[in-house]
Design a protein around this ligand. Structure first.
Ligand code: CA
Length: 240
């Protein structure tokens, strides 16, 4: 059972930093867990499914960038990198690897908790994080991740596991174009250097099951050469 407090995974090997930081996070109503190596960070991230990761660049067994890259292959968890003063390049590398923000050392606990709150708010707004297991309804399509059911206009649809995961990912990010690479990585849990036909086949099948006409899509839109987008509720209101 989770306590309901946001779980923050702190990845840093210097105890002089982690001990006071963990206390401050705790006081601020967060649930901190500390990992002092990259290996431990990945293990805890998989097990705890944290709401946010605070990630130091300098770790004893690997670079924080490697951890960032690895985490991004597995999830969209918000990541704040901890970088050393003056290491401008580190910040850019971190953001390019998918970190959400960075904090320059030395920092105050107050600054960190404020930044964590800001990133959590943003993540909740943009990705629906924390609501991943709640049902989502857009137009007359409803997906219930906990029950793994999908209905359209109250009629249940038979989806394969991958179709379901693909639809869930798209609906969780309704209104945003999701790149083909990301869809493949997240739904098929792999890097895909070859044909991406599998994705197209699944999208076509989903459209068919949703009775969405590809020439006049209501729900599943193609961003040619980029990826796919599920309609936001506002799009549907506009379309009538
Ligand atoms: Ca360190």
């Amino acid at each position: 059972m989770q306590s309901g407090r946001p779980i923050v995974l702190v990845v840093e090997d210097e105890e002089s930093i982690t001990t006071p930081l963990a206390e401050a996070l705790e006081r601020d109503g967060l649930e901190p867990h500390v990992a002092s190596t990259a290996a431990e960070a990945l293990e805890l991230a998989r097990r705890l499914r944290p709401d946010l990761v605070l990630l130091d660049v300098m770790l004893p067994d690997a670079s924080g960038f490697d951890v960032c890259r690895e985490l991004r292959r597995e999830s969209e968890v918000p990541i704040i990198m901890l970088t050393a003063r003056g290491e401008e390049a580190d910040r850019i590398v971190g953001l390019e690897l998918g970190a959400d923000d960075y904090i320059v050392k030395p920092f105050s606990a107050r600054e960190v908790t404020a930044r964590i709150r800001a990133v959590l708010r943003r993540a909740r707004r943009t990705a629906g994080a924390g609501a991943e297991e709640s049902p989502i309804t857009i137009g007359d399509v409803r997906i219930d991740p906990a029950a793994r059911t999908v209905t359209r206009a109250g009629e249940s649809l038979e989806l394969s596991r991958k179709e379901f995961d693909l639809l869930h990912l798209l609906m969780r990010n309704a209104g945003s174009v999701l790149r083909r690479e990301r869809l493949i990585e997240e739904v098929w849990e792999t890097r895909w250097f070859g044909s991406t036909k599998t994705l197209d086949v699944h999208v076509a099948s989903l459209r068919k099951k949703l009775r969405d006409d590809p020439s006049a899509s209501r729900y599943l839109h193609t961003a040619r050469g980029v990826g796919f987008r599920f309609a936001a509720p506002a799009d549907l209101e506009r379309a009538g």
